[in-house]
Design a protein around this ligand. Sequence first.
Ligand code: NAD
Ligand code: WQD
Length: 336
Amino acid sequence: MILLTGGAGYIALHTAAVLIETGHDVVLFDNFCNSKPLAVERLAAIVGRPVPCVQGDVRSRTDLDGLFDQYSIDAVIHFAGLKAVGESAAEPLRYYDNNVGGSLVLLEAMQQAEVRRIVFSSSACVYGEPDASPIPESAALRPANVYGRTKLMVEEILRDLQLAAPGWSVALLRYFNPVGAHPSGLIGEDPNGVPNNLMPFVTQVAVGRRPQLQVFGGDYPTPDGSGVRDYIHVMDLADGHRAALDWALRDPREVLTANLGTGQGYSVLDLVRSFEQASGRAIPYRIVARRAGDVAAYWGDPLLARQRLGWTARRTLEDMCRDSWNWQSRNPQGFA
Ligand code: NAD
Ligand code: WQD
């Protein structure tokens, strides 16, 4: 049985769908601070059977001990965390408590339950402003915000733990920019309030919830002046977790750090154009000032994941836009 903390969230739901379809049993664990129980019902509709989901908090040892008593867990994929960069600057203690404190409590509970295989949701954010793209895993780690520092701290805790207790197998997955949705249109990204990220903002404009997109910066040193990122389809990301989990289940007893990206950069305006084509909807936009803290362009080097995990992203920007639109157009108000 595989435990997915933060199991009702965007990336975990898609990962659960892929894991169940490839023969794994999963249990989800979530405090629903950024997700809804309805999402778990939608997952059940996709896989054609109920998916066990326990409500609880990774910061609660009581909740976790109960979970490890109830289920025989072989490995954990640790998605639970807060992820809004701007909010992390305003509420650092909440972010350190939830992301770092929560991970510590989880690791202690795992150690007690003798579960020593973990796949951790890290982020390309740990690189901060890179010297060059594509970014290899060996690049300097200098996160530029609190959120990124919480991810780097947990990576370091896991490296220290594996050194002290070599029985552990640890995969640190650094995601680039996840977008897209399950092809069924039953699950997808459903942020609370005004979306911070580009794709959910675009889909909400397309569905009429917001009048226009603001493009943050038109004067970057990029081909069209807008920011460039490595967007990755969430189903490819889910498959990357499947590959990392299969690796951990072979008990390699080491730490593997891998980028999960496509290795290809697209600009904000590339994404807008591709989305317009995929959806048949016009996306009105206005170019405004750069967003504080944004980097002009970066994308990941995906070679290591290919060599070590046998995994490569396969889906195109067109696939990402089509599936994001399929989800949002079928669910204009998300899971509400
Ligand atoms: P999400 O908010 O949809 O999912 C996170 C889930 O964790 C939510 O369901 C939330 O309710 C739950 N959660 C948060 N704190 C918890 C706690 N203390 N106890 C139990 N559950 C808790 O976010 P997501 O996009 O699916 O991200 C999943 C993970 O991947 C996060 O750790 C995030 O930092 C990381 N990540 C996300 C991105 C991205 O752009 N989406 C990129 C890189 C890394
Ligand atoms: C993408 C591009 C914006 C919104 C963040 C985190 C990162 C990871 C993914 C968690 C940029 C532009 C955006 C809008 C815009 N998350 N943009 N108008 O900032 O690359 O990465 O999410 O780990 O750690 O930092 O993603 O989607 O916010 O922005 O023009 O309304 O879209 O300036 O160029 P970002 P994003």
